[in-house]
Design a protein around this ligand. Structure first.
Ligand SMILES: Nc1ncnc2c1ncn2[C@@H]1O[C@H](COP(=O)(O)OP(=O)(O)OP(=O)(O)O)[C@@H](O)[C@H]1O
Length: 342
């Protein structure tokens, strides 16, 4: 069922619109308001999937209705109805967030197409929200221990800055989870989050993977290819297991960090990139530096903020919560009833 509201002060046009829409589809449930004030009251109290709104009306005009509705229910698409003298205003309302406009007298085909498109868009917006919620649920960080609280506090403080972060801790302790939240809570969250597992890529391929290559740079390079740094432009790159990166790749990453530029393998052309770097490792990088396996200058560039995720052994209070969480998830997946275990 799609709930549509028609706000129009000219009763003849309002009646025509309500009739056309109600007869077009049984799933359209159409309500009407005879002016902007009555319309905005209905929008406040009901959930509409679409509003058709006249521009020129007494008391509160269509632009004011649109602006007020965007503040309280921004997800509702608006289709503006424009008369003779207000076509320019109709075009301008698109900048204020209107989905589209139709002219009076309404052309049947255009009206129905616009209504269908607007309803589709609403569905997509709602679906998108639902999926985002689901994704963030999958990334929920469980734990009440002081260590986890501190990590959450640091994430809140550091995420909105562009500071580089090095996350250390044993395998499986949630380093990737921390990197996810650093990205999600940053201004870059609308940009890409590109993850590279440096340990999983053979050392001879890592440079091409990170920085891309040009055709002919090596035997299998049969076309130009962008690397992960370019793909992460405007967002975040997560270099997981950075302690396993070769020294020559480390040198190139260092240059990328210092100059915010990369060069594809086989090319000497600089490409500017705007990328926030988050790295993680389960290795003791200080020890790796002593052994000559990790560059000290790179360490200092990466560890502007250092987040240490402790092993579960050092935060045993979190174990029952994690057991409940994973058991519950498993029950959901297998559609079994979850029971309290501990
Ligand atoms: N505190 C937590 N709350 C909920 N799930 C967690 C938590 N810590 C870890 N997990 C889950 O455990 C799994 C491993 O976590 P994650 O990949 O973040 O660890 P990691 O430290 O990056 O591991 P690795 O060193 O192997 O890359 C993931 O499925 C993650 O969602």
């Amino acid at each position: 069922m799609s709930k549509i509201l028609v706000i129009e002060d000219e009763s003849a046009i309002r009646r025509v619109l309500v009739k056309i829409l109600s007869e077009e589809n049984d799933a359209y449930q159409v309500s009407e308001a005879e002016d902007g004030l009555a319309g905005i009251e209905l929008i406040k109290n009901q959930d509409y999937d679409l509003v058709l709104c006249d521009i020129k009306m007494p008391k509160m005009d269509g632009v004011e209705v649109l602006e007020a509705a965007k503040k309280i229910k921004p997800e509702i698409p608006f289709v503006m109805i424009s008369g003779h003298g207000d076509l320019d205003t109709a075009v301008n309302t698109m900048r204020l967030g209107a989905f589209d406009y139709i002219s009076k007298p309404p052309d049947l085909n255009r009206l129905l197409n616009t209504v269908r498109n607007a309803l589709d868009k609403k569905e997509l917006v709602v679906e998108n929200k639902r999926l985002k919620k689901k994704v963030s649920k999958n990334y929920e960080m469980i734990g009440d221990s002081e260590a986890i609280q501190q990590i959450k506090d640091i994430i809140e403080k550091v995420a909105p800055t562009d500071a580089r972060v090095l996350i250390t801790g044993p395998n499986g302790t949630g380093k990737e989870l921390v990197s996810h939240w650093l990205h999600q809570k940053s201004d870059r969250s609308k940009g890409p989050m590109i993850e590279v597992n440096c340990a999983a890529i053979p050392s001879e391929l890592i440079e091409s993977e990170l920085f891309g290559h040009v055709k002919g740079a090596f035997t299998s390079a049969n076309k130009d290819r962008a690397g992960k740094f370019e793909a992460a432009n405007g967002g975040t790159i997560f270099l997981d297991e950075i302690g396993d990166m070769s020294l020559s790749a480390q040198a190139k990453v260092l240059r990328a960090l210092q100059e915010s530029r990369v060069q594809r393998v086989g090319s000497d052309k600089d490409i500017k990139v705007d990328v926030r770097v988050i790295a993680a490792t389960n290795k003791n990088l200080k020890k790796e530096i002593e052994d000559g396996k990790f560059r000290e200058d790179l360490y200092h560039r990466l560890a502007v903020i250092l987040i240490k995720v402790p092993a579960l052994n050092d935060r045993r209070d979190d174990i029952p919560l994690l057991i409940e969480h994973f058991a519950g998830k498993n029950c959901q997946r297998t559609r079994k009833r979850s029971e309290k275990i501990l």
